[in-house]
Design a protein around this ligand. Structure first.
Ligand code: SAH
Length: 342
């Protein structure tokens, strides 16, 4: 799998000078060409060598591509070992072309309202498998268009598979990769303090300062523990401390995601408590009305409830955005991705 390797490693594996690797990368990243046979500025012999060693650039198989009316496309990809993940392309009328990618097969976090963890955790995706999702979604765009944003908000907990995730994102943001702006890449986490600190440390050492989003979803530990089992291991205070550290080290404002679930975390008191919890922080709250997952039984609050909640947060001086629902008709919205369409 050629996408597993960075430039230097690839050059050494191939026993080729770096400029050959630069040529291959140009085909892959700029010319959306994934068949070694078509890389015509490489010698026949060299191409055969590549085919013998790697087959083709992609190692996964596209099992399904579903399209929804709101310009959302969902891909189901099967890997060499038969495991599958989903990933999504979201397009809007502001010109945003966003890839939502998965980092694991299944998820160990087990959040009660999310489909991705329903069948437990299977394995981490590799750097190449994560990068392949990005490239396949980029390929769905019409000629001349390319991805503008990446959100690591698909299946899995990226901070439990940090090295592979960062490897893939580094190619997506490399000047000779997809050349996406680092500011347009968001990593969403359930809140793994050690991972957040590791990310901040990496930035301090010259790494890329991606946008960090934390799935808070509750104003206190009692509610959070009732919907996010991980909260019993790392509670809100630990997570906020790590988030503060990330902000101090990177200067990047942290986003707190708050999935509104009817009767669970959507009352005015909860909004007040959340505003108090985040008071004085340079943060933004992203309110996501629940995307229902049939088997899980939670309900989406009414529009009025959502509005009241948001207004209460604003009254508490909290910056708020509501995440528009996208792709729910094809179960491609947040928390609806799973291993296979059953
Ligand atoms: N594991 C990471 C990324 C995965 S999900 C994380 O926990 O952040 C991306 C976002 O969608 C998270 O905030 C997640 O909590 C939220 N989400 C999960 N299920 C959802 C649902 N059914 N409706 C709305 N948002 C959901």
């Amino acid at each position: 799998m050629i996408l597993e390797y960075d430039k230097l490693v690839l050059a050494s594996i191939l026993g080729a000078p770096l400029f050959r690797v630069v040529q291959i990368r140009r085909w892959i990243f700029s010319r959306k060409t994934y068949d070694f046979n078509l890389m015509t500025d490489l010698s026949r012999e060299f191409r055969f060598g590549l085919i013998e060693r790697f087959g083709s650039v992609f190692c996964g198989k596209e099992l399904a591509c579903e399209v929804s009316g709101d310009f959302t496309k969902k891909l189901l990809i099967e890997w060499l070992d038969g495991e599958c993940v989903e990933c999504v392309l979201l397009c809007d009328d502001r010109g945003h072309r966003t890839a939502c990618i998965s980092t694991q097969v299944g998820c160990a976090m087990g959040c009660l309202f999310c489909a991705s963890g329903m069948n437990g955790f299977v394995r981490n995706l590799t750097r190449g498998e994560i990068l392949e999702q990005i490239l396949r979604l980029n390929l769905l765009l019409p000629f001349g268009e390319r991805l503008t944003h990446i959100v690591v908000m698909g299946i899995g907990e990226p901070l439990r598979n940090l090295d592979a995730t960062l490897g893939a994102l580094s190619e997506a943001t490399a000047a000779d990769g997809l050349n996406l702006s680092v500011r347009r890449v968001t990593i969403s986490t359930v809140g793994v303090p050690a991972g957040i600190i590791k990310l901040a440390e990496a930035v301090k050492k010259g790494g890329k300062a991606y946008k960090l989003a934390i799935s808070l979803h509750a104003p206190n530990n009692k509610i959070r523990s009732s919907i996010i089992p991980q909260n019993k291991i790392h509670n809100i205070q630990e997570i906020l401390e790590a988030a503060d550290y990330y902000f101090r080290q990177t200067g990047r404002r942290v986003t707190f995601e708050y999935t509104l679930i009817a009767g669970v975390n959507d009352r005015i008191e909860h909004a007040k408590e959340l505003a108090a919890l985040l008071a004085g922080k340079t943060a933004i709250v992203n309110v996501i009305p629940l995307n229902p997952v049939k088997e899980l039984g939670f309900q989406t609050p009414s529009k009025q409830t959502t509005e009241k909640f948001v207004n209460q947060l604003k009254a508490g001086n909290i910056q708020v955005k509501i995440r528009m629902k996208k792709g729910d008709k094809i179960n491609a919205a947040c928390g609806q991705l799973r291993l296979k369409n059953l």
